[in-house]
Design a protein around this ligand. Structure first.
Ligand code: DC
Length: 443
């Protein structure tokens, strides 16, 4: 198995056992990435049917599985699935795909390709993954393995309610037959059949509410992995200094009103401990927009000259800005920033160093973000901001400034890289790549 530097929680179970919802919500609460492995099989089925590939053409299907550019964009409410820039969230949930996917998922070479892709995707991330063979084949060494189950009647009932919720016609009798058929196929195939892995904890969710299922999983995470779990997905704000809180509230509400500022993915920002929030940079107004989108107090660098301007100097100092000399290597500022991180604070940085003027294109990153992360030994949360460069056009009108935060680049991965320019640059490249992914997802 490909070694991942992050933590892995693997969940398997039959259709209707509640594993997708449970896994997604648990991931949000933990700040982990969520992997819906069934979506990969479903995506193969969709792409194959569009390309006219026959359901038994194992070679061609395997080729699709290996090459498709699949990615997820998850929040507490749902998991969106993309192939490149195309969203396929809905297209893979049709009854046709339900039917087409089962025989394809039984083909050994297709399975092998998907297993490898999942292992590759998990590298360097903390993950909650769910499916049929996650605990047995994909991540047999997971930090926590769970088998979710529920009585057949309960599972049919849940499917029925799901269908009704989206206005799909459903006959409980047919659903029961369908579920039975899928159970049988999933459990009896020779490759990666659904079964209880050694060391897996079995949870019978019959009669559980979704909240109870998530709580049970998080309780296990606490017990077995020693991971402290936040009480709520969007946890309570750590206390802000009164001046900061005052300005933060004012600017936040003003921005929402005037420029329709919105944010997404704030569950990715750890509520405590040192962290870098690394954003693309398109406007002078990015620092305040990114700051007020963050649910905790943040620090940032500002031009040295600004600090000697009477009122402004006072304000920005109290908003946790610290001075940096522009246009030259400022070791002092770098050390101050590392100090901030070591004290367990959050720091906003713009890895490109300056605003990118060409719309939609990033500048090559400076290695500085790598130095900070490596020496401060902190994770990096990528952030993508859009719309702030249109501010003058949209003042008081129809602006739409949006900040999206992605899953953190792990501290463990950062620490595994050598100190020195190549390692620092590698971190910086990874940061921009992750910001690029957020940009694609936002498009
Ligand atoms: O969980 P789901 O209904 O989205 O899964 C879609 C299909 O893919 C289903 O037929 C089972 C199969 N699958 C699998 O074989 N192995 C996985 N790890 C996940 C799903």
């Amino acid at each position: 198995m490909a070694k991942s530097t992050g933590k892995i929680i693997a969940i398997d179970g039959p259709a209707g056992s509640g594993k997708s919802t449970t896994a997604r919500l648990a991931a949000a609460r933990l700040g982990y990435s969520y992997f819906d492995s069934g979506a990969l099989y479903r995506a193969v089925a969709l792409l194959a049917s569009e390309a006219g590939i026959l359901p038994d053409d194992e070679e061609k299907l395997t080729d699709v599985a290996k090459k498709m550019e699949i990615r997820f964009q998850t929040d507490e409410n749902r998991n969106r699935v993309f192939i490149g820039d195309r969203e396929i969230t809905e297209a893979i949930r049709t009854p046709e795909i339900d039917r087409a996917v089962t025989p394809m998922a039984a083909l050994p070479k297709v399975r092998k390709a998907i297993v490898e892709r999942l292992q590759e995707m998990a590298k360097g991330q903390n993950v909650v993954a769910e499916g049929r063979d996650i605990t047995t084949v994909v991540f047999p060494d997971a930090d926590l393995k769970i088998y979710l189950d529920a009585s057949p009647e309960e599972r049919v009932k849940r499917r029925f309610l799901e269908y009704q919720a989206v206005d799909k016609q459903a006959d409980p009798e047919l659903l029961a037959q369908e579920l039975k058929r899928r159970d049988k196929a999933d459990k009896s195939r020779s490759e990666g059949p659904l079964k209880i892995a050694p060391g897996a904890v079995v949870i019978d969710t019959t009669g559980f509410s979704v909240e109870e299922q998530v709580e049970r999983v998080l309780q296990l995470v606490g017990e077995k992995m020693g991971v402290e779990v936040r009480k709520e997905a969007v946890g309570k704000r750590s206390r802000m200094k009164w001046f900061y809180l005052f300005i933060w509230t004012l600017v936040r509400n003003l921005s929402r009103f005037l420029w329709r500022l919105s944010w997404e993915g704030i569950e990715n920002i750890p509520r405590e401990g040192g962290v870098i929030i690394a954003s693309n940079h398109i406007s002078w107004y990015d620092p305040p927009f990114v700051s007020v989108s963050c649910p905790r107090e943040v620090h940032f660098m500002a031009k040295r000259e600004l600090f000697s301007i009477p009122v402004l100097g006072f304000i920005i100092r109290n908003l946790n800005a610290f001075p940096v000399s522009r246009g030259k290597y400022d070791r002092q500022a770098l050390e101050a920033a590392i100090e901030v991180l070591k004290k367990g604070e959050a720091l906003i940085v713009f890895p490109e160093g300056t605003r990118s003027r060409k719309k939609g294109e990033f500048l090559p990153p400076k290695a500085g973000v790598g130095v900070l992360a490596r020496e401060g030994e902190v994770p990096i949360v990528p952030a993508y901001i859009s719309g702030s460069d249109e501010l003058t056009k949209v003042f008081f009108s129809f602006g739409r400034v949006r900040v999206t935060f992605g899953p953190p680049i792990l501290r463990e991965w950062v620490k595994s890289l050598p100190e020195g320019k190549p390692g620092f640059s590698q971190i910086a490249e990874e940061v921009m790549r992750r910001i690029g992914e957020l940009k694609k997802a936002a498009a």
